[in-house]
Design a protein around this ligand. Sequence first.
Ligand SMILES: *Cc1c(COP(=O)(O)O)cnc(C)c1O
Length: 422
Amino acid sequence: MDIKQQAASHPEAAIGTRVVWGGEQVQHPYNATQTPIVASAAYGYDDIDKWYDVALGKEPGFIYSRMSNPTVAVLENKLCELERAESAVAFSTGMAAISGVLHTFLSHGQRVVSTRDSYGGTNKIFEEFLPRMGVDVMLCDTADMDALEREIAKGCNVLYLETPTNPTLKIVDIRRLVAAAKRVGALVIADNTFATPLNQNPLALGVDVVVHSATKFLSGHGDVLGGVVCGAESLMAQVRHYREINGASLDPFSAYLIIRGIKTLALRLRQQQASAQLLAEYLCTEPMVETVNYPGLPQHPGHAIACSQMSGFGAIASFVLVGGMPTVTRLLPLLKYAHRAGNLGAVETIYGPARTTSHVENTLEERQALGICEGLVRVSVGIEDAADLLADLQQAFAAIRSQPGQAGLHVLSAQRPIEVSA
Ligand SMILES: *Cc1c(COP(=O)(O)O)cnc(C)c1O
């Protein structure tokens, strides 16, 4: 059985249709309509010659689930459909995917250019692990496209991008940096987790390799971990080889949950990003909020570029509370429709400060160097009714305003409370 050959492909269909039908097998055992969870470590062969041919890749088939698994293969095909990629490779987590890709394409003595605002775990790979294996890492100010272009022009093997960024929602100009990378022959990798394939397709903008944390919007229900990498088959063959040997393969149960989640991706995200826009606009009017980061706001510094490379602005926003951490500590417990947790992209709304979510791996000093204030709260907007989410935020701010003078927060005027150093 060749999973890739039997995969349904609907390149003509819109993404709301491709998430449902794309990559699925045309026929399942027992005429089941859903992808089976194939829970088998290995696959048996009476014909020893055929077994050898499958092992050599001369014939389609499966040998051992660290190398490939029929359920995982359906997920990989589905990702190809969503990102319009030739090939995809699934990993046990998003970080395994990112680590796998960076280790596949970087060796001792090579150079990688990236931005300071990547996901906290990714930042750790750049700061801690890659230098240890002799890779020269250059991290630039995320908003400074000129500086990025200059560093790329000095020569590099890999350019690694993430846009929008976590948790400050900065927008990186993909086309412009891809052009700079191509001039020096660098491979371009992009983390598309925040945008999702619904809003942004980096391969169409010239990126070579796209990575996703499937833990987030793809699976959408906060109940599974996974990662996926996609791009040209010549590149994915190298990534697959790395995964086979290093072993961070995805298990079929998780693959099944991610496949199931992806089917509602378009439906979920349309609702989630409409609500995110509404909440972001409200937060701009809230006196206890200093800054609002959401690319869908016209005043967002990356709004014009976001409009040129994204078809929607996503469901994540972040905001800085007046009064810093003491205000965060008071506000978040007052919310009714919220998990306070280190995840995002689920059907429930999730709030969390950067210091316990995206940048929990970093020290206070490191966060400050990255420009992440202690009062920064990230919100991943869920599928709940938008009016309820808005009312929830409003009642929480109203409750804080009615009990002034606590936790280092003094209300000097009814309009704008300010921080008083303790
Ligand atoms: C969560 C996340 C990751 C890491 O994914 P895991 O599945 O948690 O390993 C990588 N990049 C971004 C942008 C993320 O939000």
